[in-house]
Design a protein around this ligand. Structure first.
Ligand code: F6P
Length: 509
């Protein structure tokens, strides 16, 4: 279960929600649920930044949460129609409902369309001379997978909405559910709907890799919302350009508005963030302290850390190549530093993800063979899902390497500096969404340039204490100011502002 004891951010979200959402019954929709039943009957928190960011809101406003049934245990819950509770403590708990899915349809939705196709389109991941090949398998998976799972989620959300005491507010999340809003809009024209996209939005020429039969329903689905939320101003710009170039729509870019089907759709940037106090409390927990003691037993003088899902977009391999360059160029570090990669195995039912993890392992093995000695392991590759271990790694780093090829936000770049105990330096890709806020205080790198990345790690390792303190304090202050409460408040304020206008438009219809 999720622990949501009251933090200042949570209290502030609760106050904002009472002020701004009084007339609504919020319903959050996401592919993965915030709590997942395991086969042995336990419940564990769902993986990923999306769940972490939205649990605070759901708990504060007592939202209902609707997700796809991804496993047999979830399918059993879906067919019984019962909800599960997010928390043992009733004052923090909210109900979670599962939408029924057929196992094969879900597999096509997740492992053929959402991740190998849409995720790759959003993150510019293809080697375009040879991929993607959009063939019959993909077209079929679109209709017999993605469309069907989206329809099932919309249906379950509508059922949940019918049981709510107030006007439903649908808060749909991410790229797995692009078709849900249009179905809800056609069943409930008065619904208030916002869709937040956690991933980067590509520019029109890249998005156009998706055939019209796929990209147009996606854009229509999103434009069924009242507000489309993205992570950064660049994402907003790209989305608006897609509306113009690919749909021939009229947009007002300075106002962030698209005119679609006689309605105005707002397109806004809301950079996602974290609950700083909740993370700090976790950092002070006994479990994290015990792990830190263990780390103290093996860590060399300086520790470089990375914490990531094993996703090609995270650019793990180039991170190791840069580290290899550092060891080639600087023999003085041998025996004195290590790169600890604490990685969460991700999407191993997708070929590209399995192959990528193999490449990570091969690269690490080579570095060990080249540089490892009896009394020194230059790399430490750990695979596991353990928030306590991730936080212990955050507290222990001298350098935090966050070098994604491109990333919607990257919450590791915000989480690490908030709990770090060593005035550690953040080496950050200029293509991570977090760079828009933190760029002045980090060592920026081009994620493709392993020479520059090696140089930045070297510079971080050499940086004097004064500069380290200045930079890490500035990052802390930026994140603490722009925290999860602010992320949510801005969205709720916009939902509030857009609602009266909807009423006026609806009276004229
Ligand atoms: O942030 C992107 C995202 O895909 C979220 O939608 C999701 O919760 C998280 O990453 C984990 O992804 P998955 O559910 O595919 O493991």
């Amino acid at each position: 279960m999720i622990s949501t004891s009251q933090t200042p951010a949570l209290q502030s979200i609760g106050r904002d929600a009472a002020r701004l959402l009084g007339e609504f019954s919020p319903i959050i929709l996401s592919n993965r649920a915030p709590v997942e039943p395991t086969l042995d009957g336990r419940f564990v928190p769902g993986a990923g930044g999306l769940v972490r960011a939205l649990t605070s809101l759901a708990s504060a406003v007592k939202a209902s949460w609707v997700s796809a049934a991804r496993t047999d245990a979830e399918r059993d819950l879906a067919s019984s129609g019962t909800s599960i509770s997010s928390d043992f403590e009733p004052e923090h708990a909210f109900p979670i409902f599962f939408a029924p899915t057929d196992a094969e349809e879900f597999q096509r939705h997740y492992a053929v369309i959402s991740n190998p196709l849409l995720w790759f389109a959003h993150h510019y991941l293809w080697n375009m001379a040879i991929e993607p090949v959009i063939d019959e398998t993909i077209h079929r998976a679109w209709f017999d997978g993605y469309c069907k799972v989206n329809a099932a989620i919309a249906e379950r959300a509508l059922e949940v909405a019918r049981g709510q005491p107030r006007r439903p507010l649908f808060l749909t999340q991410d790229y797995q559910l692009y078709l849900v809003p249009e179905r809800i809009r056609s069943a409930l024209p008065q619904a208030v709907m916002q869709h937040f996209i956690h991933v980067p939005w590509p520019e029109p020429r890249y998005f156009k890799v998706l055939p019209a039969a796929i990209r147009e329903p996606i854009l229509r689905g999103l434009l069924a919302n009242d507000i489309v939320g993205l992570q950064t101003t660049l994402d907003v710009h790209n989305f608006l350009r897609c509306c113009v170039e690919l749909m021939g729509l009229r947009v007002a870019e300075p106002e962030g508005v698209v005119l679609y089907g006689g309605r105005l759709v707002w397109v806004r940037a809301y950079p996602v963030s974290i609950d700083v106090d909740a993370l700090k409390r976790l950092g002070e927990s006994r479990r994290v302290r015990d792990i830190e003691l263990e780390v103290g037993g093996w860590r060399p003088e300086k520790l470089i850390v990375r914490v990531d899902r094993t996703d090609p977009a995270k650019n793990l391999v180039r991170g190791f190549l840069a580290y290899e360059r550092l060891l080639e160029d600087h023999a003085e570090y041998h025996g004195r530093i290590a790169l600890w990669a604490f990685l969460q195995p991700s999407r191993q039912d997708v070929d590209a993800y399995r192959q990528y993890l193999d490449l990570v392992r091969t690269t690490v093995d080579r570095i060990e063979t080249r540089f490892g000695r009896d009394n020194w392991k230059p790399t430490r590759l750990e695979l596991g899902e353990d928030i306590y271990r991730a936080v212990a790694a955050y507290r222990s780093y001298d350098v935090l390497l966050v070098n994604p090829i491109i990333d919607g936000m990257n919450l590791v770049a915000k989480e690490g500096p908030v709990v770090n105990e060593r005035s550690g330096v953040l080496v950050l890709s200029e293509s991570a969404g977090a760079h828009e806020e933190l760029g002045n205080h980090v060592l920026s790198i081009n994620p493709f340039d392993v020479e520059v990345t090696a140089g930045a790690i070297h510079r971080a390792l050499q940086m004097d204490q004064t500069e380290r303190t200045e930079r890490s304090t500035a990052i802390y202050q930026t994140v603490a100011t722009n925290d999860v409460a602010r992320w949510i408040r801005h969205q709720l304020e916009d939902i509030r502002s857009v609602t009266p206008r909807l009423r006026v438009v609806s009276h004229n219809q």
